[in-house]
Design a protein around this ligand. Structure first.
Ligand code: ADP
Ligand code: MG
Length: 350
């Protein structure tokens, strides 16, 4: 497959697995992933667009089966896209060859799963778990590096505990230490707090935040946890294999978090923020319009009007607005209220 990548001002895409330091961390357009089995095909991603800047920390939410893990697996180089464009750290993941992809997986991304059994060995200690991949990778400083990584995730005093002596949250922190071992620029986490208690979830989330701020690592977290997602500046919702809407933290709430952080209340997470604004107040929801003009209307709006998911609607241009109305048998002009109204404004200012 050839990389039909437009030449960009920051240079051409790389296919050799070496790191590049400019452009967005993730640049994904019209991404398609089809799973083919003998009997059927599943269209898991159907033209997904997503850009994530370097140094950003963002969350992805969406119902089960919406394509979140598929996206993360593609970003992590664990699976290949079927079509579209996917550049991560300048690497073209559609054009990349197997050797470069292996190198990419080792150097560019770190992966944390919900189920840490996937990358931890139960009969080894925390130290040995972190050390093993480093030594296999031929690093002579494996022991010291593992110690440093465990300190980084706050587990110095648990270093010599066997995995089964650690709590689920602590095990997850060991997994994060491993994901950081090769100093990746991008950390991907697929529901990392899905099997830990609420307190541990807060600790893990704060850790991602710290790593993001202090190491500058870009963080993408798939989460079901509304509490966690509302403390992230940008949350992207995926529906049926496409980005449907984005939640951006409103100014007031972002400032409040910064103020709490400055006060040293680093775990604004657990206590203070729990009593803070509701999700509705902390973020505003923006519908994503893709390059071909497609958008997904919020399901609640359609339901409120009794509009079915498929069919035709009447689109009318009215004084700087696009108004969508259910297509119904011609009523006698008593409309106006029953429409979904889409207002286009310039630069976010009416
Ligand atoms: P999510 O993580 O949002 O729950 P997934 O990315 O796991 O969603 O799945 C998206 C869709 O792709 C689902 O319909 C799922 O059944 C399907 N799918 C995921 N992985 C595979 C696979 N390896 N083979 C076939 N279908 C798959
Ligand atoms: Mg999943």
């Amino acid at each position: 497959m050839s990389g039909a990548v437009p030449v960009r001002s920051w240079g051409a895409a790389r296919t050799d697995g070496a790191p590049v330091a400019t452009g967005p961390m993730i640049d994904c357009e019209n991404l398609v992933k089809i799973y083919k089995t003998r009997d059927f095909e599943v269209l898991a991603l159907q033209g997904l667009d997503l850009t994530v800047e370097r140094g950003e920390m963002m969350a992805i939410i969406g119902n089960s089966g919406s394509g979140k893990s598929t996206l993360l697996n593609l970003l992590g180089g664990l699976d290949r896209p079927s079509a579209g464009r996917l550049l991560v750290d300048g690497h073209d993941l559609l054009a990349i060859d197997d050797a470069a992809r292996a190198e990419y997986k080792r150097r560019t991304v770190g992966f944390v799963w919900q189920n840490n059994a996937r990358n931890l060995i139960p009969y080894l200690t925390a130290q040995q778990n972190v050390e093993a991949p480093l030594i296999l990778d031929g690093r002579r400083d494996g022991r010291a590096r593992a110690r440093e990584l465990l300190a980084r995730v706050g587990l110095s005093d648990r270093r010599n505990h066997h995995l089964h002596q650690l709590s689920g949250g602590e095990q997850q922190r060991v997994a994060i230490a491993i994901a950081l071992a090769n100093g990746p620029g991008l950390l991907l986490a697929d529901e990392p707090t899905g099997s830990v208690d609420k307190h541990s979830a807060g600790v893990i989330h704060d850790l991602f935040r710290e790593l993001n701020r202090e190491l500058g690592v870009t963080v993408v977290i798939v989460t079901h946890d509304r509490q966690l997602s509302r403390r992230v500046e940008r949350v992207v919702a995926i529906r049926d294999g496409r980005t449907s809407s984005e939640f951006r933290m409103t100014h007031g709430y972002a400032e409040e978090l910064a103020r709490l952080a400055a006060l040293g209340a680093s775990d604004a997470s657990s206590g203070a923020a729990a009593a803070g604004p509701s999700p509705v107040e902390s973020h505003e929801e923006l519908v994503v319009l893709d390059r071909t003009g497609r958008l997904q209307l919020p399901r609640e709006y359609l339901e409120a009007l009794g509009v079915q998911g498929r069919g035709m609607m009447r689109a009318e241009l009215e004084e700087g607005r696009i108004v969508l109305k259910p297509r119904e048998p011609e009523a006698d002009g008593a409309g106006g209220v029953d429409g979904v109204e889409v207002q286009f404004v310039e630069n976010g200012k009416p």
